[in-house]
Design a protein around this ligand. Structure first.
Ligand code: S3P
Length: 420
C-alpha cells in the first residue's frame, strides 16, 4: 500500500466545544475560525442556543455575540447533548453555576455514561442534581445555585470533570481548585487564561481565581490530533510513501499517540512547529517503519485515551505483544471500548484479549483482515477498523460507518483519497 498527500485535519473537537462555550459566556463578540463542524459540536451549539445564546450557523469563520457570565436564559426545552459527553459534562458545570434549571438528555450511548463524576463535585459546591437514569445517568436535571468555592481531589483523571468544576467556578464567581491524579488535556486552562481569567497550574493542581467578566477573544481552532491519529496510523501501516497532516495540535497532553507510533517504529516528524490559537501546532509527517509491539500505561494514558482504538489496530500489524493497562476509563466512553476493541479485533482475525483496565494484542505483522465490525455507534471504533480495512486484501465490513460524523464527517472520503 502506498500513501501520499497532504491532509487538512478537521478542527480539534475538545477545543471546538470550549470555543463555543467560552464565546457564549464572553463579554462581547468572539470570532471563531476552523471550528470542527461535526455532530458533537453541533450538540454544544444547540444546547447553548437553548440557553438563549445567539450561536449562528456553524461555518469555517463566524462570530458569536457573547451573553456574558450571567446572561444565560432558562431553557424551555431539554438540553439535548446527543452523543457528546463533553457537551453534557462541561455544560453541567456552566448550568450548575447559573441561576436556572435545565434537564439534560442524550442518545442511547450517552444515556449509559456516568454523570456521578460531575454530580458529586457540583453538588458539593451547592447545585442540586436529579438523575432519572440508573446509577446517575441521563436524563438529568440540574438546579443551578449560588455555589460555594471548593477544592476537589479527583480520583479519575478526567479533563471533562476538571473543566466542569473550573467552568462552575467561573460562572458562579467562586474560587475552585482541582487536583488530578495524572495531568489531563489542559485546553480549558489555556483558553480561560487567554480570556483574562486567573488560572494557575502547580504540579497536579489547577486553581481558578474568580473574575467578574470573561473577555471575548478570537479563537483559531487547530487540527485535531485524535483525528490525525487515524491517518498517522494509516501511514505507519503503508509500504511506501508518507502523509503530511497539516496544522495539528501537538499539545503534550494530547500527542501521546504520535509518541507511541514513533516508539513502535513508524517515522513521525514535526515540521513548522509554532504557537497558534494558544496551542503548539505542527505539520506532522508520518511514514512506514518496521512496527514492534509496545507497553502503554500509567501517566501516558490520558495523552492518548481516545487514540487507543487505532493504536490497538496498529498493534495487530506489529511484531510482538502490545499491552495497555491503566485505561479503565475506556469502559465508559461512547462504547465499552475495551470490549469493542478486543471483540472486533478477534472478529477480523487478530489475536487480542481483555484486561480489566486495558487489553493485550498479539501482533504477527501486517496482513489482510476480514470480518464484520460492530461499532456500537462509536465513531472511533468505526474509523480505527476503517484504517485496518484499507490494508490491501482486507475485507472488513463496518456496521455503521456513518457514525464517524460525530467527530470527523469527511473521514471516509479522505481515507480513499490518500491511499494512492
Ligand atoms: C475530553 C476529555 C476526555 C476525552 C474526550 C474529550 C474533553 O474525556 O476522552 O473525548 O474534551 O475534555 P474524559 O474527561 O472523560 O477523560
Amino acid at each position: 500500500m502506498r500513501v501520499g498527500g497532504v491532509l487538512q485535519v478537521p478542527g480539534d473537537k475538545s477545543i471546538s466545544h470550549r470555543a463555543l462555550m467560552l464565546a457564549a459566556l464572553g463579554a462581547g463578540a468572539s470570532r471563531v475560525r476552523g471550528l470542527l463542524q461535526s455532530l458533537d459540536v453541533l450538540s454544544t451549539a444547540q444546547v447553548l442556543r437553548a440557553l438563549g445564546v445567539p450561536i449562528p450557523a456553524l461555518s469555517e469563520d463566524f462570530v458569536v455575540e457573547g451573553v456574558g457570565l450571567r446572561g444565560l436564559q432558562p431553557p424551555t426545552v431539554d438540553l439535548d447533548c446527543g452523543n457528546s459527553g463533553t457537551t453534557a459534562r462541561l455544560m453541567a458545570g456552566i448550568v450548575a453555576g447559573s441561576p436556572l434549571s435545565a434537564r439534560f438528555i442524550g442518545d442511547a450511548s450517552l444515556s449509559r455514561r456516568p454523570m456521578r463524576r460531575v454530580k458529586e463535585p457540583l453538588t458539593q459546591m451547592g447545585a442540586r442534581f436529579e438523575c432519572e437514569g440508573p446509577g446517575d445517568t441521563l436524563p438529568m436535571t440540574i438546579h443551578g445555585a449560588r455555589l460555594l468555592g471548593m477544592t476537589w481531589h479527583a480520583e479519575t483523571a478526567s479533563a471533562q470533570v476538571k473543566s466542569a468544576i473550573l467552568l462552575a467556578g467561573l460562572v458562579a464567581d467562586v474560587p475552585v481548585e482541582v487536583h488530578e491524579p495524572v495531568p489531563t488535556r489542559d485546553h480549558t486552562e489555556r483558553m480561560l487564561m487567554a480570556r483574562g481569567v486567573d488560572v494557575r497550574t502547580d504540579g497536579g493542581a489547577v486553581t481558578l481565581v474568580p473574575s467578574a467578566t470573561l473577555n471575548a477573544a478570537d479563537q483559531l481552532v487547530p487540527g485535531d490530533p485524535s483525528s490525525a491519529a487515524f491517518f498517522a496510523a494509516l501511514a505507519a501501516l503503508a509500504d511506501t510513501g508518507d502523509l503530511a497532516l497539516n496544522d495539528v495540535c501537538i499539545n503534550p497532553t494530547r500527542a501521546g499517540a504520535f509518541r507511541v507510533l514513533r516508539r513502535m517504529g513508524a517515522r513521525v516528524t514535526y515540521e513548522q512547529t509554532r504557537a497558534e490559537g494558544g496551542e503548539e501546532v505542527a505539520r506532522v509527517i508520518v511514514g512506514p517503519g518496521t512496527l514492534r509491539g509496545t507497553e502503554i500505561g500509567g501517566a501516558e494514558v490520558p495523552s492518548l485515551i481516545d487514540e487507543l482504538p487505532i493504536l490497538a489496530c496498529v498493534a495487530a500489524c506489529a511484531e510482538g505483544e502490545t499491552r495497555v493497562t491503566g485505561a479503565h476509563e475506556l469502559r465508559v466512553k461512547e462504547s465499552d471500548r475495551i470490549t469493542a476493541i478486543v471483540d472486533n479485533l478477534r472478529a477480523v482475525g487478530a489475536e487480542a484479549e481483555e484486561l480489566p483496565d486495558g487489553f493485550v494484542v498479539r501482533g504477527v505483522g501486517r496482513r489482510p483482515f476480514a470480518g464484520r465490525v460492530t461499532t456500537h455507534g462509536d465513531h472511533r471504533i468505526a474509523m480505527a477498523f476503517g484504517v485496518l480495512g484499507a490494508i490491501p486484501g482486507s475485507a472488513i465490513i463496518i456496521d455503521d460507518p456513518a457514525c464517524a460524523a460525530v467527530s470527523f464527517p469527511t473521514f471516509w472520503e479522505e481515507l480513499s483519497r490518500v491511499v494512492v
